[in-house]
Write a protein that binds this ligand. Sequence first.
Ligand code: AQP
Length: 344
Amino acid sequence: MSDQINAQFRPRIFSGIQPSGGLTLGNYLGALKRFAALQGDKAETIYCIVDLHAITVWQDPEVLRARIREAAAAFMAAGVDPAQSILFNQSQVSAHAEMAWLFNTVARVGWMYRMTQFKDKAGKNTENVSLGLLAYPALMAADILTYQATAVPVGEDQKQHLELTRDIAAKFNHDYGVEHFPITEPLIEGVATRVMSLRDGSKKMSKSDPSDASRINLTDDADTIAQKIRKARTDAEPLPGQMDALKDRPEAKNLVNIYAALTDETPDQVLARFEGQGFGAFKPALAEVAVEALSPITRRMAEFMADPAQIDAILADGSARADAVATPILERTKDIMGLLRTRA
Ligand code: AQP
């Protein structure tokens, strides 16, 4: 059914990252690296710094402005080419916020309360968090469907939000008797779809974790990366020859997955080399591959950050190109819903 609907739409990939903190190795392996790899002639690629999502929790305005530019620098340093892809920040294309309102009338409140990310972020404080934090998935659906995107590369943690996007598209199509929105496919691929915290193998690595030691930031220098890996929580057992044997050792599994993702190997290939060795040998080797992969990105980020006016110009150009795709789709959505169009 979704295949039939989706065949009517041109292949278009959309994804975004929140500038709610400095970007991490998790964002790089789970998102940025793949965003860059998906560029090419098979599908149009649209990438967004989702600043409207970031403000669902308090952000210092000056810090947020700087982080939006830093995120843009990270996208480009990781290989997103603003000539091949559209790169912009969400708040500059008003169709996102307008479409989100339309979807607030389609989505059901119960769907929002069921979202794991809302439960995690709100904790016991569900009555006192911003309404935006609860409605976040409707804005995410708007981000995607305002472009009629057919596929969205994301990490494992965003799978539930993607399912909700599909539910909103299907309910809209059903309620209005149209095939206006595709049923967007999640692209959750590779061994690094869920990079875990360096301090706790049961929690994902996150840019807003209070502990800086829990993550590798894309701005960390080589010494800091090596030190964080050296201090990463592990166990005293030697490494086995195969991943199956790591199923009850989350911290060890995480480090092996990170190594494999950085070197584009399978985790079993990595283990074949390190079988029988302890973390005293594995951690320095991991630090070496992490520094080798991340140092060029950190360096290119710093180069981009040295010229904020150039970043702003790139984002402005991306916003204009994004707007040109989004606005006709938004206008058609309003027409379908019966919102009278009185201006040409
Ligand atoms: N640890 C991770 N492993 C793999 N992928 C990850 N992503 C995030 N963390 C990991 C992927 O990065 C993209 C952007 O995510 P986001 O910034 O929009 O929000 P998030 O998923 O909530 O990421 P954070 O770092 O945990 O942000 P905060 O702390 O602000 O909530 C997504 O594709 C995500 O899957």
